[in-house]
Design a protein around this ligand. Structure first.
Ligand SMILES: Cc1cc2nc3c(=O)[nH]c(=O)nc-3n(C[C@H](O)[C@H](O)[C@H](O)COP(=O)(O)O)c2cc1C
Length: 376
């Protein structure tokens, strides 16, 4: 059912929104990566807690402010394998977190009526069964494991000097005019919206609050920037770096499109406007002077910053009454039940960073096979 991602750095997630726990297995992590851990315990078993990984999971946690779902989950990662004496061993790293604050009875209404815009309709048609309690695997809770694995991937990238950042660039019609190359983590985390432009962040916050009061929801755009990229990541045909990033980012729930560089604007530019001319820098290296390509040419990284944009739709579950039909075809009026994010963008940020980091580490490990033969 497509629960795994990556070729050499391989991540598998498991668990449902209202099941007892959610979890992840990370295969292919290089040994000797320092990950300081403390002792923890779960269900009478000794486990490990890693503050560095937990920090990323806390950024994704529900209930962190008024702009997100009020569901309260501690989301503490219990690490079960793959880390010994504060270092990765090269063995599979597995971890889990318990689900504690779920109210499945709130979802009884979705037993007979699928939410317009949500996954119930297609899950039921394909499998003949759907875990309507919190949406099962279609819930954002599934991404806990991605963010756990992404924290390890980000640590590997940091060792290589590479930084991955995602930020909210637009909510509904409020667009923050930002130079992605200048965005910092501190600016992103300064607002609950995760928009690094304070004036726009304030307007976005007010708009999300308003939509929440009205029982409605909003979409928007997330920007991604990867700094200090090496040249040469990505394969030229089916596994282009940008193609794999598109798949990774589009696999996040509620995404509608992914663009790189000039993106769809390229359609209106002339070649003379879109091409990035090459120049020689002070160290004698050739590189593109501008970056309309967004950091990839021919499926392979140019060494310039990666620049991407991901569009998210408005949250499917809304409190406003919607005219629809039950699974047996009877006309009904559906009013959303359960607890939901009025705008998914602020909480999507850690997962966008995680999926970007996972794709880059996977390609970095794949590229290492060539580095013995090719001098760059
Ligand atoms: C951060 C985040 C939070 C989400 N929270 C909700 C939510 O509270 N309610 C909801 O109906 N959908 C939510 N979703 C979206 C659904 O998971 C998604 O729309 C659904 O599975 C249908 O899949 P699709 O939109 O990718 O086609 C969330 C998505 C993200 C990225």
């Amino acid at each position: 059912m497509g629960d795994s991602f990556g070729k050499l750095f391989r991540v598998t997630t498991w668990g449902e929104s209202h099941g007892p726990a959610i979890g992840v297995v990370v295969e292919g992590c290089p040994p000797l990566l320092p990950l300081v851990c403390k002792e923890n315990s779960a269900a009478g078993i000794k486990t490990l807690a890693c503050p560095e990984i937990q920090k990323e999971l806390d950024r994704r946690r529900p209930g962190q402010n008024e702009l997100v779902t009020p569901r309260q989950e501690a989301d503490v990662a219990h690490i079960l394998s793959g880390i010994f004496e504060g270092k990765t061993t090269g063995a599979p790293i597995s971890a889990m977190a318990f689900n504690s604050d779920f109210k499945s009875e709130d979802y009884d209404v979705f037993k007979q009526t699928d939410r317009p815009g949500h996954a119930g309709f297609t899950y039921r048609a394909k499998y003949g069964i759907y875990d309507y309690r919190g949406g099962g695997r279609s819930s954002y809770r599934e991404t806990w494991g991605r963010v756990f694995a992404g924290a390890i991937a980000k640590k590997i990238l940091k060792k290589l000097g590479i930084e991955v950042l995602a930020y909210v660039a637009q909510v509904a019609d409020i667009e923050a005019h930002i130079d992605p190359n200048k965005v910092t983590m501190k600016e992103i985390e300064a607002s609950p919206t995760r928009c690094p432009h304070p004036a726009s962040a304030k307007l976005m916050e007010e708009l999300i609050e308003k939509a929440k009061q009205e029982g409605d929801s909003l979409g928007g755009v997330v920007g991604v920037i990867v700094k200090n990229m090496p040249i040469g990541l990505g394969e030229p045909v089916f596994d282009k770096l940008d193609a794999d990033l598109f798949k990774a980012l589009k696999s996040i729930h509620a995404t509608k499109s992914v663009e790189i560089g000039a993106g769809s604007e390229a359609a209106t530019l002339k070649g003379s406007e879109h091409n990035d001319p090459f120049a020689v820098d002070r160290s004698g290296k050739i590189h593109p002077l501008t970056n309309k390509a967004g950091g990839v040419l021919g499926g392979i990284s140019t060494g310039e910053n990666l620049i991407l944009r991901v569009t998210f739709k408005p949250t499917a579950t809304i409190r406003k009454p919607q005219s629809t039909v039950t699974v047996s075809g009877k006309k009904t009026i559906l009013e959303g039940a359960g607890r939901h994010d009025p705008c998914v963008l602020p909480r999507a940020i850690p997962t966008v960073e995680a999926m970007t980091a996972l794709t880059l580490v996977d390609h970095y490990l794949r590229d290492a096979a060539y580095s013995a033969f090719v001098k760059r």
